[in-house]
Design a protein around this ligand. Sequence first.
Ligand code: NAP
Length: 391
Amino acid sequence: MQNLVILGATGSIGTNTLDVVARHPDKYEIHCLVAQKNDALLFEQCMQFNPPFVWLEDLASAKRLIDNLASVNLTSQVLTNYDDLLSVISDSRVTTVVSAMVGAKGLLPTLSAIQSGKKVLLANKESLVTAGQLFMDAVEKSKATLIPLDSEHSAIFQCLPKGLVTDDIGLSKLILTASGGPFRTMSIEQMREVTAAQAVNHPNWSMGPKISVDSATMMNKGLELIEAHWLFGVPADRIDIVVHPESIVHSMVQYTDGSTLAHLGDHDMRCPISVGLSWPERISSGVNDLDLVTLGKLHFETADESRFRNLRLAREACEAGQSAAAILNAANEVAVEAFLKEQIGFLSIADINEQVLQTMPLEDLDSIGAVIEVDSRARHMAAKLIGQEGR
Ligand SMILES: NC(=O)c1ccc[n+]([C@@H]2O[C@H](COP(=O)([O-])OP(=O)(O)OC[C@H]3O[C@@H](n4cnc5c(N)ncnc54)[C@H](OP(=O)(O)O)[C@@H]3O)[C@@H](O)[C@H]2O)c1
């Protein structure tokens, strides 16, 4: 029996995880559900899974949840203190932590899970992008099991022997596929006018607002490139990005003998989540079988780094090292939030990212404190640029 903490239980990954968990009550139970403020959905989840603990960041939401749970005599203990969150994650009864908060705030709880040697199912790519080397060092030291949930990285994980790149496997390159997002065929002029509502309307995937905007700017693929670099230990110049609008081939691994192994599946996150939960076994996930005959054709295109500048920025940041990646990620989080609040236009996201990346000095990040410090300075600079743009 795996005992789970789900960081980001009310989000797109969190709810998909609970959907899979509910199909296998003999294999998985919930120890703690974690969210920011969505007490209404947490209440429903408590009714279904009755976890011993729930953690919420927002105090007013926590108060409402306590009252609602008491009214139906549910005993889940509602926690709000940050130290309590870290204690719950490292509790010896917990086997598995699903890291699915959005943004770099996922870093510390995910690291806590890693440091306590848990099996960590990683959706929160921002934590790995921000602290790559330190994060992977912590995995090595604690012998935690790290399994990616991002569909592309799960695909690569499944196409590699034992999910690992080692000197003797004859790896040529990793190929990340990208849907191209909702603006794949738009000119730069057309992109200038797009709204937040259009940007969050992804053609294939149903996801939270931040990653949906990242998909529209293709920063998501850039972050995934950095994530793949750290997860699999492959340099950026051996990670290609190919646009594949149908999102059926989730990524590929090319070997020196001319073989290319691909992972195919419907675009439904319950597939990589099930892989992560049950690996190396397989469990049913509720995802439909793929019908290739009905699909008929699959298409592949070159990724256009001139229209989607974030792709180029992410590749450059990956090559420039840890602090560049942390700076880019932080600037991007602030810029995306400003775009969602209609404070800046769509193309300004890449403008802000580029300016912050070009302006901030790069440095060695030898501790998590240093990562947090750089992240905070980059956020400050991005916010300042956004303020100037708004005037
Ligand atoms: N969605 C996908 O298909 C997908 C695919 C691959 C990777 N990912 C990655 O998975 C992560 C989550 O994405 P998502 O689409 O599931 O996001 P989402 O739908 O926006 O959900 C975010 C979750 O994080 C919680 N959260 C936010 N801030 C928090 C805080 N300070 N403390 C505790 N919980 C907090 C939210 O709680 P509230 O609901 O209370 O605000 C919510 O449960 C991201 O890193 C994304 O890049 C997502």
